[in-house]
Design a protein around this ligand. Structure first.
Ligand code: NAD
Length: 417
């Protein structure tokens, strides 16, 4: 019996994009299977002594999807939905993303299935240390280098580095996205959001869209969404709606993004901003705008709501925010989608710079980090755009063809089979 598109797991969905690309690239069945499946998967128990004395046991994962092009690289997610299939999907996307921006890494992802908002600082510290110890035999600066993702941040990376260092000695290159005081790179925190803005600026030129006053809706106001909002606002775009997990705010005249940033620091949610109309996250996605930027969780644009999306352009700052079924509907409707593996690659690009700086025990100025980031993002965008223009395929197909093609070549050159 055929599986309905909506019933596919995130990993099955990502593999549909891979299969589509493998068809165009003419890859053999054996090679496809090597590219489809993760090379190594680890599931660990993460027992944590809670502040009230109870022990709670969480499930943790580190999935190394493909290491043909270099050490495994990818973030660690703390989220209630971070199960094996989600982490597999995210690990696979890291493989294609790292190849697309041509950083010398394979793809991996980690996760702990928990709700970090329900855990105290000390519980998060203990959970992170136990998780790190339980996966530490897979990690090393030349083997597998984690980074932050949803629900984790620079503090989480500091705890991971410390826990790893207790066994292996001082090892700043074991994680990226660390606090600057512990060897983190200047510019890393803003890098993913800055990369979103770079890609949007390049695409707007090719699509003849004037960025000045352009109406942008952003779902998610965490690391990626908040930096993207601020940088795009500062460059003259009009951010008309923003949200966090509790809901969103809409004002067609434009939001005062700096005020919302100040509110966040004061612990005030996005939807508590007064100068606008409250909207739910579902309503926010269907607002009329020029650019829609999902920057929170996966699968938010799906077969159910794709026909009601009212934008010209979607820039996927989140990983896998558009399902395979929705992708087809949106393409048919003529809505351009700039894919996750291109749009949000700024984070891993500056993670690569951070790792390089750590290995060289040298620090770059922030200006150099941002300049190099722009060069890498621009090169990747131009390669994708050139394929779109010359082959008549869409941006996702072009991005996958470049990423998958590079990994396939690396696998063949290594002579695994
Ligand atoms: P984060 O934890 O810093 O922020 C997540 C934001 O999404 C928060 O504002 C949260 O309130 C909101 N959110 C959570 N659940 C939601 C829901 N159900 N509906 C609407 N909003 C919800 O996470 P982040 O690091 O900004 O990551 C966001 C996305 O970007 C993820 O898909 C992640 O994989 C991707 N990404 C992050 C990086 C990075 O460098 N942090 C790099 C590449 C891709």
């Amino acid at each position: 019996m055929a599986i309905a598109i909506q019933e596919l797991t995130p990993f099955q969905e990502v593999n549909l994009f891979l299969d589509d690309s493998a068809d165009r690239l003419g890859l053999s069945d054996g090679l496809r299977e090597m590219l489809r499946q993760p090379w190594r998967e680890l599931k660990v128990q993460v027992p944590v002594r809670m502040d009230d004395g109870r022990v709670e046991v969480f499930s943790g994962y580190r999935i190394q999807h493909n290491g043909a092009r270099g050490p495994y690289k990818g973030g660690v997610r703390y989220h209630p939905q971070a199960d094996a299939e989600e982490v597999r999907a995210l690990a696979s996307l890291m493989t294609w993303k790292n190849a697309l921006v041509n950083v010398p890494f394979g793809g991996a992802k980690g996760g702990v299935q928990c709700d970090p908002r329900q855990l105290s600082e000390s519980e998060l510290n203990r959970l992170t240390r136990r998780y790190t110890l339980n996966i530490s035999h897979l990690l090393a600066p030349n083997r597998d280098i984690p980074a932050p993702d949803m629900g984790t941040n620079a503090q989480t990376m500091a705890w991971m580095m410390d826990a790893y260092g207790q066994i292996h000695g001082h090892s700043p290159a074991i994680v990226t996205g660390k606090p600057v005081e512990l060897g983190g790179s200047l510019g890393r925190e803003a890098a993913t959001g800055r990369g979103v803005a770079f890609i949007l600026q390049e695409a707007a030129t090719d699509l003849s869209m004037d960025m000045d006053g352009i109406r942008i809706v952003i779902q998610g106001y965490g690391n990626v969404g908040s930096w993207a909002a601020q940088i795009l606002h500062d460059s003259g775009c009009r951010i008309i709606a923003l949200s966090d997990v509790a809901g969103g705010i809409y004002n067609p005249k434009g939001l005062d993004v700096s005020r919302i940033a100040e509110n966040k620091i004061a612990g005030i949610g996005v939807s508590e901003y007064l100068d606008g109309e409250k909207v739910t996250n579902a309503e926010l996605l269907e607002l009329e705008c020029d650019v829609l930027i999902p920057a929170a969780i996966d699968n938010v644009i799906n077969a159910e709501n794709a026909s009601r999306i009212k934008t010209k352009l979607i820039a996927e700052a989140a990983n896998h925010p558009v399902t395979f079924g929705a992708d087809q509907i949106l393409n048919d409707r003529g809505i351009t989608i700039l894919p996750d593996i291109l749009v949000n690659a700024g984070g891993v690009t500056v993670s690569y710079f951070e790792w390089t700086q750590n290995l060289q025990e040298f620090r770059w100025e922030e200006e150099r980090v941002n300049d190099e980031l722009r060069k890498v993002m621009s090169k990747a965008y131009q390669a994708v755009h050139e394929k779109v223009a010359s082959q008549g395929i869409n941006y996702r197909q072009a991005a996958f063809d470049i990423g998958v093609g590079r990994v396939a070549r690396a696998v063949n050159l290594r002579g695994f089979v």
